[in-house]
Design a protein around this ligand. Structure first.
Ligand code: SF4
Length: 461
């Protein structure tokens, strides 16, 4: 496997990596392809069709806005998240879109953006964009947003290796068994092995800078989420909870030894803060997806504050170790299963994030390689079968609370593994395979379509 940890942790915008970041990248790619083929000045009409899960929950996940913003040339890293709604309203009102900020073409939001509840064979998240000159079709492409902000087009379907580099890396692994064996043979921790692989792609200084940048965005996201008040976007009018919880916890002078489980409130707080920011279209890091973005930062912050006792600073050495280990576990799922809720349900998002955080925490707590594998396995085993049924198509209920629950589960999984001897019945590879098969067996109504589960059994006030 030649993926990079930076394919798992990507800086983007909320609320969804597959339904917001992916469509934005797709539109961006199509616009640049038009420019490359010197078609920008020739087209006078675009037709965009969102299929399957993107049609079912795309509006709640802001897929429509992402497409329009992507066509104008913005990318998830540089966009000013607060400007998006204004720009989209302008496109709708003026009935024209500024392609790559270079050429205006007519665009009727109600007619030129089509939602089609049809599932294309390769993946439930598909987008077809056609560029016309009058009625003549100049360019047509179908893309798939396959989870975590990964995008492929129709020509790459049988390759599914778009993010794999051709550069040779010292420790190539395709399964957890291979990863653990390589670590044992070379006397390396998972994070050290991944670091050596990353060094084949970029300098150590660049790797450390990128890890620091990822952590800074995660940390900022927690801070912003703790400060923000009010309702989250959308018709559900869900109130933010993190700020009130933050104030309540901060009001206590000392950490209460009367209730040692008070630490749970902090773990909840960090996850709620990130996912409320995500639901509100803020800047987040995929870990491995946006919907599951709160788990890794929550567990890292818990480790930093409560295990390493750094209350007012961050220990980048242990944070790097955490991110590199979690990234390696995420790669195993990305390669051998799926990290898309539309493909395999929430077990592929929150379940994977829980597994990543559990394994990484176990390593940072001094666990052996077998204990780390065990922790990652436990983290997924108890998320198997978890469906994706967001109410109203918004990444809010159950997503936000679910991250807090999974962060706690990850801590528990790491502790359970550390307290064992590393021997375990179910291997990480088996649980990854089981998750994938379970996800494929799941009916579409439980896979990011909001046609089943809580989405249809909850009365919206
Ligand atoms: S239920 Fe899970 S997979 Fe579905 S949108 Fe929410 S976080 Fe993502």
């Amino acid at each position: 496997m030649k993926s990079s940890v930076f394919d798992i942790f990507k800086i983007g915008i909320g609320p969804s990596s597959s339904h917001t970041v992916g469509p934005l990248i797709i539109a961006n790619k199509f616009a640049f392809l038009l420019e490359e083929k010197k078609l920008l000045n020739k087209i006078n009409k675009l037709q965009i069709t969102l299929y399957g899960s993107l049609a079912a929950t795309g509006l709640g996940h802001s897929s429509d806005k992402a497409i329009l913003i992507g066509l104008s040339g913005k990318n998830p890293q540089n966009i000013d998240t607060k400007s998006i709604d204004k720009e989209v309203e302008k496109i709708k009102k003026d009935k024209k879109i500024n392609l790559l900020d270079k050429v205006f073409i007519p665009f009727n939001y109600n007619k030129d953006l089509i939602l089609k509840m049809e599932f294309l064979p390769y993946h439930p998240n598909a987008v077809t964009i056609i560029a016309y000159n009058e009625n003549e079709e100049l360019l047509k492409k179908t893309y798939y947003s396959i989870g975590g902000g990964f995008v492929i087009d129709e020509t790459q379907i049988n390759i599914k290796k778009t993010n794999e580099t051709q550069i040779s890396i010292p420790y190539e692994f395709n399964s957890a068994t291979e990863l653990i064996s390589l670590c044992k043979e070379n006397n390396l921790k998972i994070s050290q092995l991944v670091m050596e692989n990353e060094k084949a792609l970029r300098s150590e200084e660049e790797i450390n800078n990128k890890l620091k940048q990822i952590w800074e965005v995660m940390q900022q996201c927690i801070e912003d989420g703790c400060k923000a008040e009010g309702l989250m976007p959308g018709r559900l009018k869900v109130p933010r909870r993190a700020h009130k919880l933050y104030e309540k916890l901060n009001a206590k002078k000392n950490f209460s030894m009367i209730d040692p489980l008070e630490v749970m409130d902090w773990i909840d707080l960090y996850a709620l803060a990130v996912n409320e920011e995500n639901a509100s279209g803020g800047r987040v890091v995929t870990a491995p997806t946006n919907g599951a973005a709160g788990i890794v930062p929550s567990v890292i912050t818990y480790m930093n504050h409560f295990i390493n006792k750094n209350l007012s600073s961050y220990d980048m050495k242990s944070i790097n170790e955490f991110l590199l280990t979690a990234g390696a576990i995420g790669m195993l799922y990305q390669k051998n299963a799926s990290i898309s809720g539309a493909d395999v349900g929430c077990q592929g998002e929150v379940g994977v994030a829980c597994s990543m955080a559990a394994g990484a925490l176990a390593q940072c707590m001094g666990g052996t390689l077998d204990q780390v594998e065990n922790a990652a396995e436990i983290g997924m085993e108890h998320n198997l079968g978890l469906t994706c049924d967001p109410i109203g198509g918004y990444v809010q209920i159950p997503c936000i609370e679910r991250n807090a629950m999974a962060a706690m589960k990850a801590v528990n999984a790491a502790r359970m593994a550390i307290n064992g001897d590393g021997k375990h019945f179910v291997s990480l590879d088996s649980v990854i395979k089981t998750m994938f098969i379970t996800g494929k067996d799941m009916m579409n109504k439980y896979k990011e379509t909001s046609l089943g589960g809580l989405a249809v059994n909850t009365i919206e006030c």
